[in-house]
Design a protein around this ligand. Structure first.
Ligand code: FAD
Length: 456
């Protein structure tokens, strides 16, 4: 949350304190003024949902989605940050029962010393578990571990009428599968049981190697199929024979723990002026970054947080792109289409001179469980692009290429997908809408994203 305005007492009939706030996505592309409640108890969540006088409402976790998934301009939002209790843990099974505002960082702080990690950590530990289930997030181990939804034993969902339902693969499975990856549109997740991943230590043995171009990169990923964790940085501004060059990182859990790194104190104190971020400076940075890895590769043992969340050490790094903010484009393409599709995407971005140094390639092994889960087997490419007047047109061209190659865009990162693109990329959308109509017949759960995508 970025801007808190004075408290308004519009709803004196209930105990819920509503405030006027302006929420933003992580890409800082604009702000969405709305009424927000920040409940601490589950009873207050139900009060919030039933007391907002028929306005539409959406849950808002840590606001780490880049676009408008967690925004609801002109409506209401339930901020889940204070619903952050861990309710139970079974060390024999590794099952954690937690409220939705618990973050990955919280889970790691408590359970990594006991030999457990969250099963599919995304690239930031600041995401909440509720927000992460609602986007069915994946980690650098997607090819072996799937997505977060695969590790949820059950979840409690608060509906628009204030009642709560327990959902699981065997208790109203359609509602369970609509809520996993359901971008908050079925209700508010108020608790969940999550199977944590048992690990031998707090450390990872990380191998890094340069790859000279796209085809070599895809082959390197395939060769690293057996790796527990894998992720690649791409030099999105390299062209010609070097198109798609980058640095591939694979990692295994180390047998021995390492010292916990000191908490990061670096932060981005101001919006970086646009002039500093131009294709020339980024090209120079990318080339230097690529060369920094020795030609023979390198190996080191680091704390898991260093490998899993490399950007979390720099507070507010999203200010790097200046006051206008930035888009993240993330797509996944089926394996057979990836060589041609990724090439076309990188060429398009290169022509537009739009990329930054944050460009990531990952390999996905299996589809997500949810009706709107993003994951499908293939390669996923994520690119940060500073916002410019021509960004939307470029994003539309990238969407077109993604559609041509049978891929889909990731809603957690999205700010520009068209309703037609949504319908084509998410074939289970109709089934999702049917479940949603059953759970929320008056369509109370709604967001800027759902309205943009024509989801009602
Ligand atoms: C640096 C960075 C790296 C990232 N890396 C990855 C990655 O590797 N893999 C990946 O999959 N994602 C990644 N992401 C995206 C991020 O994991 C997701 O956007 C995640 O959903 C953010 O969680 P949040 O708590 O901030 O949720 P928010 O962004 O606040 O909300 C996300 C969605 O969840 C809904 N929601 C929130 N809480 C609840 C609830 N209690 N009940 C129902 N719905 C709810 C919201 O309505 C919204 O639709 C990354 C993001 C950043 C900033």
């Amino acid at each position: 949350m970025n801007l808190v305005l004075p408290r308004l007492n519009l709803h004196a009939a209930s105990d819920v304190a509503w405030r006027s706030v302006a929420l933003r996505g992580w890409g800082r592309l604009g702000s969405a003024p709305c009424q927000a409640a920040r409940p601490e108890r589950l009873r207050e969540v139900a009060d919030a949902v039933t007391s907002i006088n028929g306005r539409n409402i959406i849950a808002h976790g840590a606001g780490r989605s880049y676009g408008d998934a967690a925004l609801n301009g002109g409506g209401a939002a339930v901020l889940t940050a204070r619903l952050d209790r861990m309710l139970g843990f079974d060390a024999a099974t590794g099952v954690l029962v937690a409220e939705p505002g618990v973050t990955f960082a919280d889970v790691i702080r408590v359970f990594l010393p006991q030999g457990f990690l969250p099963p599919t950590p995304p690239g930031t530990a600041f995401a909440t578990l509720g927000g992460a289930v609602a986007n069915d997030v994946h980690g650098k181990n997607q090819h072996v571990a799937g997505c977060l939804g695969d590790h949820v034993a059950w979840l409690d969902l608060l509906l628009a009428d204030g009642s709560t339902r327990r959902l699981s693969p065997t208790q109203d499975a359609p509602a369970f599968h609509a809520t996993i990856g359901g971008i908050g549109l079925t209700g508010i997740i108020t608790a969940m049981a999550l199977r944590l991943l048992r690990v031998p230590s707090n450390a990872m043995r990380v191998r890094r190697r340069r790859v000279g171009g796209l085809d070599e990169y895809l082959d390197a990923f395939r060769a690293a199929r057996g790796a527990t964790w894998s992720v690649g940085w791409v030099d999105a501004l390299a062209g010609g024979a070097a198109l798609g060059r980058g640095v591939l990182e694979t990692a295994e859990h180390a047998a021995e723990s390492v010292a916990i790194p000191a908490a990061g104190t670096r932060s981005m104190p101001f919006d970086v002026p646009g002039l500093l971020l131009n294709p020339l400076s980024i090209r120079a940075f990318n080339a230097a970054y690529w060369r920094r890895v020795p030609a023979r590769g390198e190996e080191r043992t680091v704390h898991a947080n260093r490998f899993l969340f490399p950007l979390d050490g720099i507070g507010g790094w999203n200010r790097l792109y200046g006051a206008r903010g930035f888009h993240q484009f993330q797509c996944v393409l089926p394996e057979a289409e990836a060589p041609r599709g990724l090439r076309r995407l990188l060429e398009e971005v290169g022509r537009a001179g739009a990329a930054s140094f944050l460009a990531v390639l990952k390999w996905m092994g299996r589809p997500g469980l949810g009706m709107l889960s993003f994951a499908q087997p293939g390669f996923t490419l994520a690119l940060d692009m500073p916002a410019r007047p021509d960004s939307r047109a470029l994003l539309l061209r990238l969407e077109r290429i993604t559609r041509d190659h049978g891929g889909r865009l990731y809603l957690a990162k999205d700010s520009a997908l068209s309703p037609q693109g949504m319908a084509e990329m998410y074939p289970r959308l109709e089934a999702f809408q049917q479940v949603r109509a059953r759970l929320d017949p008056r369509g109370r759960f709604s967001s800027d994203m759902s309205r943009r995508l024509g989801l009602g």
